[in-house]
Design a protein around this ligand. Structure first.
Ligand SMILES: [Zn+2]
Ligand SMILES: [Zn+2]
Length: 341
């Protein structure tokens, strides 16, 4: 597999360049993937700005990607097999891994953060990260399996029951995928709060009851809709102080907040409703292996809309623009890079 490829290299804070680099060669336990689509995530913005604690330049970012197998060690996958990458790289030996908590491994790494990822024409990944897909699943939709797995993990970690009214705070890609999973799990009504008009329009198009932040009050809207009681489960996906505090006010007595969003720093939270109402706070990180498998099965089954959240598909050279678009949220929701386009 001699030759070169185009890769978007992160070279340091706010510096990304598309370079012609040697195409990687397959070693033991590895596979080479021709990347089809690679999603931009909030983590990529952190890396881009030089604020990610682990990422080291030069790096090919991108941990949400699909593609076709070019070559796999020991022919573990036939060339041309469509795949999605489960990017988690648990160490396998720490206390968490030994207790079955590989997704919160003490030394957890990810393809695209701790090793080169999907913003290149080809990606070299460990064989164990590959999940084969049926050819019926469009690879653009397959690129959303990774964030969908987060939504599946969130709903599985929750006490949501069929017939419940629920609220998802934040209509970013993970919020919208969590909301779709909650609806599939039997939520009778799903409120989705958001500030960005573009994301509100997408949430509305997906059939959710939207609350336009800034124009309507999230707390009073949800309380009014539930006769003042609040909802049994709130999914916080925005990762902001404001939304965490809103969640605490709209969770019903004995209810639960599933913390999906990661605030950029410490946030100030009033613990009174947590204590007075015995509201439980359930944080989740990424996904378990079984959540990822379910996300694949759900994507393949076609029960979710994995197209409407995608607002942009850009070429490799537009990665900085794509990161800015995804970060500002005003005009974008999920932004995909198509490295070979
Ligand atoms: Zn991500
Ligand atoms: Zn570990």
């Amino acid at each position: 597999m001699a030759g070169t490829m185009r890769a978007a290299l992160w070279l340091g804070p706010e510096e990304v360049a598309v370079r012609e680099v040697p195409r990687p060669t397959v070693g033991p336990g590895q596979a080479l993937i021709k990347v089809a689509y690679s999603g931009i995530c909030g983590t990529d913005m952190m890396i881009y700005l030089g604020k990610h604690p682990r990422a080291k330049a030069p790096l090919v970012m991108g941990h949400e990607f699909s593609g076709l197998v070019v070559e796999a060690d020991l022919n573990a996958f036939a060339p041309g097999t469509p795949v999605v990458v489960n990017p988690l790289l648990p160490c396998g030996t720490c206390d968490a891994c030994r207790r079955g908590l590989r997704h919160v491994c003490r030394n957890l790494g990810l393809v695209g953060i701790d090793a080169d990822g999907g913003f290149a024409e080809y990606a070299l990944v460990p064989l164990h990260t590959l999940r084969p897909l049926p050819r019926t699943l469009p690879l653009g939709e397959a690129a959303l399996i990774e964030p969908l797995a987060v939504g599946v993990h969130a709903v599985r970690a929750s006490d949501l029951r069929p017939g419940d009214v629920t609220a998802v705070l934040g209509a970013g890609p993970v919020g919208l995928l969590t909301a779709q999973t909650a609806r599939l799990a039997g939520a009778r009504r799903v409120f989705v709060s958001e500030r960005s008009p573009r994301r509100l329009a997408i949430a509305r198009a997906l059939g959710f009851e939207v609350i336009e932040v800034g124009r309507r009050d999230v707390v009073s809207t949800v309380l009014e809709a539930t006769g003042g009681e609040g909802v049994p489960v709130v999914f916080e996906t925005a990762g902001a102080a404001e939304t965490v505090n809103e969640a605490a006010q709209i969770a019903r007595i004995g209810g639960q907040i599933v913390q999906v969003g990661l605030p950029k720093g410490p946030v100030s939270v009033d613990l009174t409703p947590f204590v007075f109402h015995e509201v439980r706070h359930t944080p989740i990180r990424v996904y378990r292996d079984e959540d990822f498998e379910s996300a694949i099965a759900l994507a393949v089954a076609g029960v979710f809309d994995l197209r409407t959240p995608v607002t942009h598909i850009l070429g490799l050279g537009d990665l900085p623009k794509g990161i800015a678009l995804a970060h500002e949220t005003t005009e974008a929701c999920k932004v995909l890079i198509a490295p070979s386009a």
